[in-house]
Design a protein around this ligand. Structure first.
Ligand code: C6P
Length: 412
């Protein structure tokens, strides 16, 4: 298929066995991919192949199985790195985005941040791009400040500029908000932060699964993402870091494989990225992530992005027409990712999610691990529908019908 052709959703859906199951006797309409995506059979098969034909530890044994496992693990690193425009030497396998930001908090932060330093993050972050910096600020006596938001739910760049005048040590920003859907111009943020002398970390949890990403072009120091949101397994993700910075950083955890030599009074470190991968790594899931990368690459990330923009446009047009429907985030679908947070009149999001579940429709409700953002929106919680490659216009129509039903029950 040419990159310019539209995504063949029916063909894609055939690769996801879970989509054929029924929930409460109804067709499953899975609209919770921002929490975790479904997995194509190619990813499941990669896990089965590993466990049933070459299961072995990596980087240790010279026997055939050991060499096959090592080759597959490193090939997965290579493909995952290339997928985001990085070199494999710059990609550390971690459990996910949360572990990636915590790795930076310890291995970079404990080394480079000092008392009185300024750390900057934003009001639209997931807790995993806030709490590590709060902990770092507390342990170092540093200060944490937030870039606020405009009414449309985009970053207040004037506030960023004023904070940059104070020469922060770190600017931490999400590429795409998991609540508002806002896609930030991270290239610009990182370039401005770099000019001010700050290190930068970009949270790519909601961007890498849905759009072409090129970390070299973004120009950040660190970029974090999770495998399970990009059709891969849980328990695996990546931290991409500039090599020279990774080399200067302290290890994150101590143990096997991250060392070069161990003496009684000191140790020396393995080369990056292995310096940051202590102990037996998550071999199977890294290989599964490699298979997910192959799958997405086969579809073409531009096509994936186009599909989700079309779906978002249709969803916004269709759902905004419902009585009592209020959505959050930018009004132009082409400037947002595949998440749509909303409230329907004053129905509690958990009630709404329960009613939709009766119809086989899975959405997320709650604070989405973004409590400061909820407070800024002045809501306790929202409902959220999120899309991926296997979602269709039919899914949006089902959501609309489910919301109409909820509206009738609650007399909206
Ligand atoms: N957001 C959601 O439903 P982990 O859990 O480490 O794989 O990813 C954390 C994370 C970091 N940043 C963003 C922007 C995210 O959306 C997430 C995970 C899920 O929105 C679960 S809370």
């Amino acid at each position: 298929m040419l990159e310019t052709e539209a995504l063949d959703v029916e063909q894609v859906r055939a690769d996801f066995p879970i989509l054929t199951r029924k929930v409460r006797g109804k067709r499953l309409v899975y609209l919770d991919s921002a929490a975790t995506s479904q997995k194509p059979k190619q990813v499941v098969q990669a896990l089965v192949d590993y466990y049933s034909t070459y299961n072995s530890n990596v980087h240790r044994s010279v026997h055939t199985l050991g060499e096959e496992a090592t080759a597959a693990y490193e090939a997965a690193r290579e493909r995952t790195a290339r997928f985001v425009g990085a070199s494999p030497k710059e990609l550390v396998f971690v459990r996910g985005t949360t572990e990636a930001t915590n790795l930076v908090r310890f291995a970079w932060g404990e080394r480079f941040v000092e008392k009185g330093d300024l750390l900057v993050t934003t009001l639209m972050e997931h807790h995993s791009n806030i709490v590590p910096w709060q902990l770092l600020a507390r342990s170092k006596g540093a200060r944490l400040e937030y870039v606020g938001l405009t009414e449309e739910g985009t970053l207040d760049l004037a506030k960023l500029e004023s904070l940059l005048k104070e020469s922060p040590k770190l600017v931490a920003v999400t590429h795409c908000s998991n609540v508002l859907g806002t896609i930030n111009d991270v290239e610009k943020v990182c370039s401005r932060a770099k000019s001010a002398g700050a290190a930068t970390i970009v949270d790519g949890a909601q961007s890498v699964p849905h759009m072409p990403v090129d970390v070299a072009r973004i120009g950040c120091d660190f970029y974090a993402f999770s495998g399970h949101k990009m059709l891969g397994p849980t328990g695996i993700g990546a931290l991409v870091g500039r090599k020279e910075l990774l080399e200067k950083m302290d290890p994150f955890q101590g143990g096997g494989e991250m060392i070069k030599e161990v003496f009684l009074d000191h140790s020396t470190w393995n080369e990056v990225p292995h310096k940051f991968e202590a102990g037996t790594v998550n071999i199977a899931d890294a290989i599964g992530l490699g298979a997910a990368v192959d799958y997405l690459t086969g579809l073409g990330m531009s096509k994936v992005r186009d599909h989700e923009v079309k779906l978002m446009r249709y969803a916004m047009e269709t759902l905004n027409a419902l009585k009592g429907f209020r959505s959050y985030g930018p009004s132009d679908p082409s400037t947002r990712g595949g998440v749509l947070s909303f409230n329907l009149a004053d129905i509690h999001p958990h009630d709404l999610a329960t009613i939709l579940d009766e119809e086989g429709i899975a959405i997320r409700s709650g604070h989405h691990c973004a409590q400061p953002l909820m407070r800024w929106l002045d809501v306790a919680a929202t409902s959220r529908a999120s899309f991926h490659v296997y979602n269709s216009y039919d899914d949006v129509d089902s959501l609309k019908a489910g919301l109409e039903k909820a509206g009738e029950i609650f007399k909206v």
